[in-house]
Design a protein around this ligand. Structure first.
Ligand SMILES: C[S@@+](CC[C@H](N)C(=O)[O-])C[C@H]1O[C@@H](n2cnc3c(N)ncnc32)[C@H](O)[C@@H]1O
Length: 276
């Protein structure tokens, strides 16, 4: 099913169409829309939605198409919010609003049960205290949180430094409830970059950002300790290589040749629905 057309402004203006690990291509975006939103449409239709880290509003647009009562998209990047508002006008969305804000600040100041459903896609790993974010989402969600995130396998395989730095990790260690931090050098300035004095010799031109990912077992411990009723979402229909293991994605060449769904086969990325 097409949730977003090939010529949609949300696809034609996306510079991340081929990006590893999540390409914002026609196929990957529609598959994400299906598994993360459409298959959970009873938590979207006639519901108030908060989309955290909304980028330029692609998922908010799809929620609107799925008859959400209203959607509030929040992102820390003012350029993305300006783009989200331009696309909103272009596509005549009336039940969607966007604001530029840090998600922790926003959630801290929101009342309990402010939104029926919270979307947290591709965001958890930018927040060093993952558990704090989950706790705040539990406060603000009235019913449901839908989560799509990288696990610690991602730290272990990503970039040039991941495999060298984390070379002692194996299947056993990454089944433990632990969390990995990696610093990465972003090509363009990010609003969530580390403060100038975080590390000695930190480059001024390309500041560092921090990726913090829990292993799947730690993430599930967090959900359990928050007494959320959670279920892992099923990507089976879309998996090109269902038997693949995370180590196979380590070589740079494997990343170039991989299918986007390999992230989900290997559980480098996982998604959950969690209910209060
Ligand atoms: C990888 S994108 C995910 C986009 C979209 N949710 C998706 O899954 O396709 C992460 C987004 O989160 C935003 N972001 C990261 N940290 C944030 C923070 N602390 N507060 C608000 N937005 C943040 C970034 O600006 C970026 O647009």
């Amino acid at each position: 099913m097409d949730f977003i057309d090939k010529d949609s402004t949300y696809l034609t203006n996306d510079t991340r169409q081929k990006r590893w690990a999540i390409p914002y291509s026609y196929e990957a975006t529609n598959s994400r829309a299906d598994v993360l939103l459409y298959k959970n449409k009873k938590y979207i239709e006639n519901k108030t939605i908060l989309d955290l880290g909304c980028h330029f509003g692609t998922m908010a647009y799809i929620c609107s198409q799925l008859h959400a009562t209203s959607v509030l998209g929040v992102d820390g990047d003012s350029n993305l919010i300006a783009q989200a508002n331009a696309f909103k006008q272009e596509t005549n969305l009336t039940n969607v609003e966007f604001i530029q804000k840090d998600v922790i600040e926003l959630l801290t100041n929101l009342e309990e049960n402010s939104f029926d459903t919270i979307l947290c896609f591709g965001l958890l790993y930018y927040i060093p205290d993952n558990y704090h974010l989950l706790k705040l989402m539990k406060k603000v969600a009235k019913e449901t949180i839908i989560l799509d995130t990288f696990t610690a396998y991602y730290n272990a395989i990503q970039g040039k430094d991941g495999p060298a730095f984390f070379n002692n990790l194996n299947d056993d260690s990454l089944e433990l409830p632990i969390m990995l931090h990696s610093v990465t050098k972003a090509k363009k300035q990010k609003h969530y970059e580390l403060q100038e004095n975080t590390f000695r010799n930190q480059p001024k031109q390309n500041p560092l950002t921090l990726l913090t990912c829990p292993t799947k077992s730690l993430l599930e411990l967090y959900l359990q300790s928050l007494e959320l009723d959670y279920k892992q979402l099923n990507w089976k229909k879309y998996l090109a290589n269902p038997e693949m293991k995370w180590q196979e994605l380590e070589p740079p060449q494997a990343k170039t040749n991989s299918h986007w769904s390999d992230l989900y086969s290997t559980e480098v990325r996982v998604s959950y629905i969690a209910k209060k």
